[in-house]
Every structure is written in C-alpha cells, then in structure tokens.
Design a protein around this ligand. Structure first.
Ligand SMILES: Nc1ncnc2c1ncn2[C@@H]1O[C@H](COP(=O)(O)OP(=O)(O)OP(=O)(O)O)[C@@H](O)[C@H]1O
Ligand SMILES: [Mg+2]
Length: 154
C-alpha cells in the first residue's frame, strides 16, 4: 500500500539564502525520526541543503561533505538532541546489494536520516515505517533552484 500523501508544496529558491530559509523552516518540524529523501540532478543543491539543515539543527555544517567513497556519514547530535545519518547512493553501482550499508540499523536508530540519490533504496524506504519527507530539487538558474516538498505518512 502506498503511504498517504499529506501535501506537496513548491518553493522557489531564488538564492542560497532562500535555501537556508527552507532548511530552517523544515528543521523546526523535525523530531529526528524522519526520513528525508533528496532527489534531483548533479549540482541541484542536495548536499547544500543538508549542510543548511545541519546548521539549523545545531550540528556543525562543516561536518557535511560529499566524499568520494563514503556512502554513509554520521554527524553527531547537536542542539536538538539528534544526529544526522547522511546517505549518498550516487556512487552505488546499479543492482548493488544495499545490505552492507547498514541502512536497516540506521532506520531503526534515532538519527535523522537524509538520503541523496535515494532511487536505489525505494523499497527499503517504503517499508521502514518512518515518516517520509521527499524533496525534489531542480536547477532553474545560476543560483536559483526549485524545491518540491512532499510529506508522506509513515
Ligand atoms: N539557491 C541555491 N540553493 C542551493 N545551492 C545553490 C543555490 N545557488 C547556488 N547553489 C550552488 O549550487 C551547488 C549545489 O551543489 P550540491 O553539491 O549541493 O549539489 P548536489 O545536488 O548535492 O549534487 P550531487 O548530485 O553532485 O551530490 C553548490 O555549489 C551551491 O553553492
Ligand atoms: Mg550531493
């Protein structure tokens, strides 16, 4: 059964400041048990959004990076009492076994989970029981992006 869709909102992120604003706004609604799925092409702003979100949650934004080899990074809890598990599946070869990544354990834990390039794990996300916030980023200009945010029931 498909989880119910609560609502879809579109945000015009005309500058990086608007992206920060959206991250701050979303951060206020998070309790740490959510799963954020960030989709969109290369350079569309997914990692930048994670960095803004970390900052809004009192987690040092400098923790956040896009490393070449690590698929899962964990940032320790900040002011709001929960950390972030930052998953980036871009470099995962098609058809890979996701088991060794330890996603099940992360999903059962207390960290907020944020996933870039989530397509490869769709089945896992749908069955994990966490409330899902899906954000699709699009490039609309040199420093402009669009974000379509969709909340789903667990
Ligand atoms: N309004 C904006 N919001 C977010 N990023 C912006 C904005 N304007 C410009 N940028 C720039 O766009 C780039 C986005 O890169 P980022 O690494 O966040 O993309 P990504 O979606 O994570 O890409 P990848 O799929 O390669 O991981 C950054 O250099 C960022 O500074
Ligand atoms: Mg990225």
């Amino acid at each position: 059964m498909n989880p119910a869709v609560n609502g879809t909102r579109t945000f015009s992120l005309r500058t990086l400041a608007r992206t920060k604003f959206l991250a701050r706004r979303l951060a206020k609604t998070l309790a740490g048990r959510e799963l954020l799925l960030l989709s969109g092409g290369l350079g569309s702003g997914k990692t930048t959004f994670v960095r803004c979100l970390a900052e809004s949650l009192g987690i040092g934004p400098s923790w956040v990076s896009s490393p070449s080899f690590t698929l899962v990074q964990r940032y320790p809890a900040g002011a709001r009492g929960f950390g972030i598990a930052h998953v980036d599946l871009y470099r995962l070869p098609p058809g890979s076994d996701l088991e060794p990544l330890g996603l099940e354990e992360l999903l059962a834990g207390d960290d907020l989970i944020v996933v870039e390039w989530p397509e490869a794990g769709e089945e896992i996300w749908q069955t994990c029981g966490r409330p899902i916030v899906q954000i699709r980023f699009e490039v609309t200009g040199l420093s402009a992006r669009r974000a379509v945010v969709e909340d789903r029931e667990a």
